[in-house]
Every structure is written in C-alpha cells, then in structure tokens.
Design a protein around this ligand. Structure first.
Ligand code: AMP
Length: 528
C-alpha cells in the first residue's frame, strides 16, 4: 500500500482495512505489539524498518523521522543539542533566533532525543531557552525568579506552539512542567494585549479549567508568580469559597479565570459575566474534563466563548479524547512527550498482594517501619468516609500523625491540611482522588495506594504524585482479587517498568494472557 522508492517521498495509497489515521486504531491490549510512534495497537509492520505501526499516518511519521535523522548526521557546530537522552537541557542558548535556525533535520533529532512526538501542520521547532521566544522582559524575570533555569521538554515544544496561536492536545508525564507550559503563553498574551483599544471593557482574556479546587489553587498561584508586576490579574472560581467575592473580583477586571466547571456554570447562570473576550482556554486534565459528568458543563462553557485557542493537557489521553478534542477546536496539534498513558518512569512501583481485611495492618506495619516509611506520605483511598476513618486509625495505632483530605471538607480546611502536610507538621495524609491529579506535593517521594482506583488512568495519576521533574519516588500498591478488572493493565504496567509482580497476581485467572503475550504474538496481516 505504500509505494516508497529511492529518494522519493513515500506515497501512500490506502488499501481496504488498513487504518489511515492513527486515531482510527484501537488502544493496545496487554501483550500486543505497540505502535512505535503513538503507542496504539501496532497492527502492521513497517516494510522499511520492520517496526510495529498502527496506521499509514504513523508509518509516514516514522519514515520522515528516519529520513530527517539521516539528514542531520552532520550538525553545524553553533547549535548545541542535548548529548544524551538523559541530558534534556541546553545551557547558554541566548540567541533569540536559535529555534528558527534549526534545520528540519536538527529539529527532528532534538525531538527524538527529548522523546517529543508532534502531529499537525507547521509545528514550530522546540525552543532551547525561555529567552528565545520573545516573551515580555518581566515575564522572563519572573520565570528566572521561580527558579526555572531552562524549559522542560514539554515546555520546549508546547510554549512556541501555543505562542503561534495553535490549539494543542498535549500529553506528558505527571510533574513534567505542564502548568508553566500553558501559563507562560497565557501571561505573555495577556500582558501584550492592549486594553486601551476597548477602554471600558475589562473582560477576562484567558481561562483555565481543572477538575479540582486544589489544582485550581495551585495553577492560580503559579499564574500569579509568573504574572507578577505585569498587567495580569487572576480570579479563582471554585466551590467552597464565597461566590460574591469571586464575582466581585471578576467584575473588577481580571485577565485570567482559573476555575472548576461546576462553579463557573453557577456563576454564569446566576450573573452576567461576559466570556466572549476569552482568547485562550486551557482544559487541564482534559481526559477527566471530557468524561461524563464534566463534559456537559465544559460544553456549556464553550458555548459562551467565541472560538478561542484551546490548550488541552493531561498525562493520560485516550483515543476518544483525541477525537473529542478535534470537536472543540479545528486543527489541533498533538504533542506528546515521554511515555504517554504510561506510569511515570521515575516512580518505582512496589505491588503487594494484601487481602482487604489485612490492608490496615499492612499499612500500619509500613508506617511503623524505619526502613519502609519515607515521610511525607500520601495514602490514597476510595471513599471520603474511608479517608476519615483510616487517618484516625493511623494516628491512634501508630502514633504517626495523619489527616484526611477529600471533597467534603471546606476549602479552608483543605488549604490548612495541605499546608500542615507540606511544612512537615503532619507526615501522613490520607486522600481520595482530589489529590490524585496534577497537584504538586513538594517533598513527597512515597505514595501508598491503599484502595486501587477504578481505572488505570487514575492509577497513573496517583502514583505520579511521588515524583516531581523526574526525581525518583516509590509507590506501594495494595492489590487483591477485588481489583481483578484491572489485573491485565496493571500487570502490563508493572512488567513494562521492570517491577516485580506478586505471585498471586501472576497466577490469577484474571491475568491470563497478559504475561505470555509479546511482540509478534498477535497474528498480523503482513508487512506494510
Ligand atoms: P507541573 O508538571 O506543572 O505540575 O510542574 C511540576 C513542578 O515543576 C512544579 O513544582 C513547577 O514549579 C516546577 N517547574 C515547572 N517548570 C520548571 C522548569 N522549567 N524548571 C524547574 N522547575 C519547573
């Protein structure tokens, strides 16, 4: 189906049943081959490279990468590219024109080194320093003051693309610097926007939606830091805080609203707020935001906007979300960095088979063991009541102070609990999913999954709390037959990260197939 000859660019002719686009392909099942480009089911074998691929689209990407890397063997000396896969960053790149001066081959090489995959029309080259993309001086100063010496890989690619006005769907590991990668372009856009043109209008220019209050608070804090000293005001619109105050702030005139969908709709339906000045909207944790429950609210908010640039982010982006993203905005550029939809490689997973009745005792043993307890620790549980009861039981039995945090606590309580945890007054926090996504828990290097979450996606987010910017952490995971639905995926995750798999999990009939499969197991048609 693909005619590739000599030096000519590959020409693809679709044949029956051969998937053309990568999102036509399904997710990979445990044991099946992975597409080397996008990680979906590698149904075909590339006739030129013998790699597993899912579709014609990914084959084309694969071949263009190879062709470009062959082109870039002789890099001209002035551009310093990272030397190894471990070395993500390039120092001393002050030249503002550096990214424009990368050749296509160099751009491809850089992307390969950084594990960046892009899909879309005219995607700019990754930047090598913040100063290379014409940001306001004050913003550059704030970035430096925040201690961000160099952009992280997701920032290298997403910032220039967002600054070009592109709508993005970005997946990158938890804790990889995603928040700044959308806030930097937002602050830059807002502070360059000249209000005088519309003198009496003080409508917001950008909006960030996230699924939890905690995440909103954190995003707003980071936005304030980056926008310090610039014409850049923010408003937090979340439940638990008085609506009147939030409304008043917006009416005073703000550039950025950070909120949860529910409270925003509340505000929109009860008060007269103009959102049609919003030029950039971010959906953080987009997979969660487009799930039933949130989706209708998000769509309602979109109806109040007039075709903004849409920036969508998550560590986990399933195929359906990719499809929905193209409904929210035309020409979405897809960027994925690292290992999309996979657990953060910096987190060591330690799965332990524990029957439900023994879980509490096992947890107490860990918390009382000098060798295993590495505070501060987050313990994830499945229910609010469970969080309250378990935190009390920990404090009483182990004498280690523990508090619970969940959606039923007031905003004030949640803030105070997080504060005392982060300053080290309380070494253990027992949380429901409210802390699972996005929230940076500085200093936390150990999480304990006491109750397995309902989906492997949530699992990825929860264990991700044990690492920040690639620092190593540990996730202790309690598993038993009650989690049988997740066995195949869990086994696959443990296997791919080189973690030990408990004997009971290996022998379980619900795991069957996931351990024996592998490259080439699945009967495939033939090479394409
Ligand atoms: P995030 O993935 O957005 O939750 O960010 C994880 C952590 O990395 C946060 O504590 C950020 O303040 C920090 N961070 C983000 N970008 C950088 C950078 N370029 N250099 C150093 N730290 C960063």
């Amino acid at each position: 189906m693909a005619a590739v000859n000599g030096d000519e660019a590959p020409v693809f002719v679709a044949e029956d049943n051969v998937k053309e686009r990568c999102w036509d392909q399904r997710e990979v099942l445990p044991g099946e081959p992975l597409c080397v480009i996008c990680g979906r089911y590698g149904e075909y074998i590339c006739d030129r490279t013998d790699d597993d691929i899912c579709s014609l689209e990914c084959k084309q990407t694969l071949l263009s990468r190879i062709d470009n890397s062959q082109l870039s063997v002789d890099l001209p000396p002035p551009i310093r590219l990272p030397a190894t896969d471990e070395c993500f960053y390039v120092r001393d790149a002050d030249d503002k024109s550096e990214s424009q001066s990368l050749t296509n081959g160099q751009t491809e090489l850089l992307r390969r080194k950084l594990d960046i995959f892009v899909k879309g029309d005219i995607v700019p080259a990754p930047i090598l320093s913040f100063s290379s993309c014409d940001l306001p001086q004050k913003l550059l100063h704030n970035i430096e003051a925040a201690g961000y010496e160099m952009p992280t890989p997701v920032q290298m690619q997403a910032i220039p693309a967002a600054l070009m006005g592109k709508s993005l769907l970005v997946s990158a590991d938890t804790g990889s610097g995603k928040t700044a990668s959308f806030l930097v372009p937002i602050v830059s856009f807002c502070s360059n926007f000249t209000r005088q043109q519309f003198s009496n209008l003080k409508n917001p220019l950008a909006m960030v939606l996230t699924p939890t209050r905690e995440l909103c608070i954190q995003v707003e804090e980071q936005a304030k830091l980056l926008g310090k000293g610039l014409p850049f005001k923010t408003a937090l619109v979340v439940g638990g805080d008085a609506m009147a105050r939030q409304l008043h702030r917006i009416q005073q005139g703000v550039e950025l609203i950070v909120g949860t969908p529910g409270r925003l709709i509340d505000l929109l339906t009860k008060h007269d707020i103009e959102l049609d000045g919003i030029s950039i909207i971010v959906l953080d944790e987009v997979d969660c935001m487009l799930q039933r429950g949130f989706r209708e609210q998000v769509m309602q908010i979109f109806r109040a906007l007039s075709q903004p640039q849409v920036l969508m982010y998550s560590a986990t982006i399933p195929k359906e979300v990719e499809k929905m993203a193209s409904v929210l905005s035309k020409d979405v550029t897809v960027i994925s960095v690292g290992n999309p939809n996979k657990p953060n490689r910096a987190v060591k997973q330690l799965a332990i088979w524990v029957e439900s009745k023994q879980k509490k005792q096992k947890l107490f043993d860990i918390l009382m063991s000098k060798q295993h307890f590495m505070p501060p620790v987050v313990v994830f549980v499945g229910s609010r009541l469970g969080a309250d009861l378990l935190s009390k039981a920990i404090t009483i039995t182990t004498k280690v102070k523990a508090l619970s945090i969940h959606g039923e606590k007031s905003m004030k309580e949640r803030r105070e609990i997080l504060r005392s945890f982060l300053v080290g007054e309380v070494p253990v926090i027992v949380a429901t999913g409210v802390l699972g996504r996005g929230v940076v828990l500085l200093g936390v290097r150990q999480v304990i999954i006491f109750d397995m979450p309902n989906s492997i996606k949530e699992y990825v987010h929860q264990i991700g709390r044990a690492s920040r910017l690639g620092e190593e952490g540990t996730a202790i995971v309690f598993v038993n037959e009650e989690n049988k639905k997740m066995f195949p995926e869990l086994v696959e995750f443990l296997k791919s990260s080189g973690a030990a798999i408990p004997r009971e999990l290996v022998n379980s009939r619900y795991t069957v197939g996931s351990l024996s499969g592998g490259k080439g197991q699945k009967k495939r048609k033939h090479a394409y």
